[in-house]
Design a protein around this ligand. Structure first.
Ligand SMILES: [Zn+2]
Ligand SMILES: [Zn+2]
Length: 328
């Protein structure tokens, strides 16, 4: 398996595509549809002795444009099968109804979060300016947890890890170090993947994501190959660090509500993250919302319209966000 680094820095920072050489040359994620990233991908394949036309399969970790943008044009040139989890399939395919539904949910959330007009305009302009990064439409083969996909000389197993995106899936395989996986943005080496703002279709985003972290700890992969940056040598440990980060953030949300509540998601976000620009206008209040929603569900915060108030001043973050134990 070969990593092809892509220069895109539009969203979470430089992306990775991966090539699995062999009988069925397969790409895992493909990068955003820009000239520069297209060049990076073509150069990367070329250096490995491959051409776009050689690709037989593309597996996508989730629907975000920085992972999927070039899939349509590669498919047009190579006739490759394109696989993605069924929950993200319609968005990747470019289905108009699915895209319109995603926009409707977003607009409703932006209002619920209380994003003021000026940052909302900036966000709308930012998102509109990035629409073409999604690239051409794709003929998608939907997959689901446990499915196996022939790739290279072996196969990949679909491991559904929703949270950052509804359909986010890792693809597990027998690697040099044992059972390994391509994990997309399920866990990243440096940043905590955004939850709550990155896919507004996800119900109960924080609980959903924490369950996926639990599963990653259980699966205890030998290595994980993320959608951004470098290989993760201890995926279970990284999942625990990220869960602990969310426990800490829950603690902060509770103290923001204690000092400044009742407050809407935008105001809580401002206390957590300060001033925000571009994509962070989405990710900041989205993250705050994911935590507030989790606290409402746990009964320690009450929601009245767009405002959240602390209902239980003795709430303990450690009881609300469990950090999974390792097996080892
Ligand atoms: Zn993503
Ligand atoms: Zn990403």
């Amino acid at each position: 398996m070969e990593r092809i680094p892509l220069g895109n820095t539009v969203f979470e920072g430089r992306n990775n595509a991966y090539l699995i050489p062999g009988d069925r040359p397969t790409l895992v994620d493909v990068g955003v549809a820009t000239d520069a990233v297209r060049q990076d991908l073509h150069d990367g394949l070329d250096a490995l002795g491959y051409d776009v036309a050689d690709i037989d399969a593309i597996v996508l970790t989730h629907w975000h444009a920085d992972h999927t943008g070039l899939a349509g044009e590669i498919q047009a040139e190579s006739d490759a099968d394109v696989y993605v989890h069924e929950d993200d399939a319609a968005l990747v395919a470019g289905d108009e109804d699915a895209l319109a539904e995603e926009r409707r949910i977003s607009e409703r959330r932006f209002e619920e979060w209380g994003i003021p007009e000026e940052p909302l305009d900036e966000l709308t302009t930012f998102l509109g300016g990035h629409e073409e990064l999604r690239g051409d439409t794709v003929d998608v083969t939907p997959v689901t947890d446990g499915d196996r996909i022939a790739a290279g000389d072996d196969e990949l197993e679909v491991v559904h890890l929703p949270g950052h995106a509804a359909g986010l899936s890792a693809y597990a395989f027998d690697g040099d170090e044992g059972r390994e996986a391509f994990v997309g943005d399920a866990i990243l080496p440096k940043y905590t993947p955004n939850v709550g703002g990155a896919d507004l279709r996800v119900d109960r985003p924080l609980a959903t994501y924490l369950d996926s972290l639990d599963r990653l700890v259980d699966l205890d992969f030998a290595r994980a190959w993320p959608g951004h940056r470098d290989v993760i040598d201890d995926p279970a440990g990284r999942a625990r660090v990220i869960a602990d980060h969310h426990r800490e953030r829950t603690e902060r949300v509770l103290s923001v509500l204690d000092e400044h509540g009742p407050a809407d998601a935008w105001t809580v976000s401002a206390h957590l993250f300060g001033d925000l620009s571009n994509i962070h206008i989405l990710h900041g209040p989205g993250e705050a919302f994911a935590h507030l929603d989790h606290l409402v569900e746990a009964g320690v915060v009450e929601q009245d319209g767009t405002e959240y108030a602390l209902a239980d001043a003795d709430a303990e973050a450690s009881e609300l966000v469990a950090v999974p134990e390792t097996k080892r």
